[in-house]
Design a protein around this ligand. Structure first.
Ligand code: SF4
Ligand code: SF4
Length: 446
């Protein structure tokens, strides 16, 4: 059988000890000994030891000559997008917020979800129970804890519906954290919320210039206390730091503060790049980091995570499907309007349905129209199967140069660090099959 090397292979070498192939379609990382490495680079795969070529074949690094890998990747993407066994809801019980962060893209609007809308929302979930095996809910806003009673009540009701039908359900909360108290955290956790994300934008002197209360005033110490409370109450606590030109070098100080507070082993600290995607934050655009700049910061962050042994942060890209392009994922605003993208909430032109409608939302199948293959850069990109255009909204608005994100600029470092963390104590010189990272996830890419 004629075989060929996958078009989605990426080869990386570090010193004379680590030679690895990462495959962006399967997510596999295969480690090669020096002889196999040379044969592969010289295009002499037929001369590989059978044991080595078997691993390469199994991991998609070597494929039958006639394989159309682009078609395989797009088929996986199509299947993931059209799956109807998981209902993914993002619910904003209010678009109001007690903060006035300069980069915020939410359209702040007063008012919270009414009891009537909540009841219609429950009906919407109930009508979809026959099809699904699993429901996942992300509470979002505005600041959802301004509507804490609504969050609690709807969480309990969705959990009860799922429980009575034998469906799995999970709840996550994205909050600025300012209103989190021990009592509230305990109520939210008892209601079924298992994880929370709170954003800190650096050490106090930096954070307090950025994440300010609407009436003015810093929030750092209150939020650090909220992180401590959250770490006691929830299974998963993410501390996110939004990076831009003003605070790009400050994450180390925040990491040190979390460590000194005894929180570093209890929370997952991540950095994120902020994209100015709509009019509400277009003025902020000049302060945003170019993906290449963010990638260089991320490499420092990942090296630090590696030194600290926080291997969970050393992720590799993998296919992610978000609500905008999925058949069974919806973003619900406080008035019960249904949108497809997190960036659309509050924009009446982007409403696709309402929770009171009995018909399926998005009956025009807008979700199915997007394809990263519309862009030449994506069609020929060796990262396509793991990226798929990253954020479809950003790709449509700004093109691949912005949408590409960090991976194009730091894949080598990411793969090497990831592999080194897996190989601590590994078998030198043998092709190493890595654990499954070949899956795919559903959600907004970070
Ligand atoms: S990933 Fe982008 S397109 Fe998808 S829901 Fe999030 S913001 Fe919208
Ligand atoms: S957005 Fe960039 S990295 Fe992603 S598939 Fe397109 S060209 Fe490749």
């Amino acid at each position: 059988m004629v075989e060929k090397l996958s078009r989605y292979n990426h080869f990386f070498q570090m010193a004379d000890t680590l030679r690895i192939v990462y495959n962006a379609r399967t997510g596999a990382v295969v480690r090669l000994d020096s002889r196999s490495w040379k044969l592969v680079r010289d295009g002499k795969c037929r001369e590989l030891d059978p044991e080595v070529s078997a691993v390469m074949r199994e991991q998609g690094v070597l494929v039958p000559g006639e394989t159309d890998e682009l078609a395989l990747a797009m088929e996986k993407y199509r299947r993931l997008r059209s799956a109807r066994n998981k209902l993914m809801l993002t619910i904003a019980p209010t678009l109001d917020c007690n903060f006035a962060c300069p980069y915020c893209y939410e359209n702040r609007l007063a008012g919270t979800m009414s009891k009537e809308t909540a009841t219609r929302l429950i009906g919407f979930v109930d009508r979809r129970m026959k099809e699904v095996r699993e429901v996942s809910v992300t509470w979002y806003g505005g600041e959802p804890l301004l509507a804490a009673e609504m969050v609690l009540s709807v969480t309990k009701r969705i959990r009860a519906i799922c429980g009575s039908r034998g469906k799995d359900v999970s709840f996550f909360l994205v909050s600025n954290g300012y209103l989190l108290t021990e009592t509230l955290a305990s109520k939210l956790a008892s209601a079924g919320i298992s994880g929370i994300q709170i954003t800190l934008d650096g050490p106090p002197e930096v954070h307090n210039r950025r994440r300010v209360l609407r009436g003015g005033g810093g929030t750092f110490h209150r939020l650090l206390e909220s992180v401590r409370i959250a770490a006691e109450a929830f299974k998963t606590v993410k501390v996110r730091m939004n990076l831009d030109r003003e605070n790009r070098g400050e994450w180390e100080k925040l990491a040190a503060i979390l460590e000194a507070a005894g929180l570093s082993g209890k929370v997952r600290f991540e950095i994120a790049n902020v994209d100015a995607t709509n009019e509400a934050n277009s003025e902020y655009k000049n302060k945003c980091l170019h993906p290449e700049e963010f990638a260089s910061e991320w490499v420092n962050f990942a090296r630090s995570a590696y030194r600290r042994g926080e291997d969970g942060l050393l992720k590799l890209p993998q296919m992610t499907v978000c609500s905008k392009v999925s058949a069974f994922a919806y973003v619900i605003g406080p008035g019960g309007d249904i949108y497809k993208c997190w960036n659309d909430v509050g924009d009446p032109k982007k409403v696709v349905s309402h929770v009171s409608e009995s018909e399926a939302p998005d009956k025009n199948r807008q979700w199915a129209r997007f394809s990263p293959l519309q862009w030449r850069e994506c069609r020929v990109c060796s990262l396509l199967p793991a990226c798929m255009g990253r954020c479809p909204d950003l790709l449509e608005k700004s093109g691949p140069e912005t949408a590409c994100g960090r991976w194009k600029h730091c894949l080598q470092e990411a793969v090497i660090l990831h592999t080194m963390s897996k190989l601590k104590g590994g078998k030198n010189g043998k092709p190493e099959k890595q654990s499954a990272i070949a899956g795919a996830t559903i959600g907004c890419p970070e």
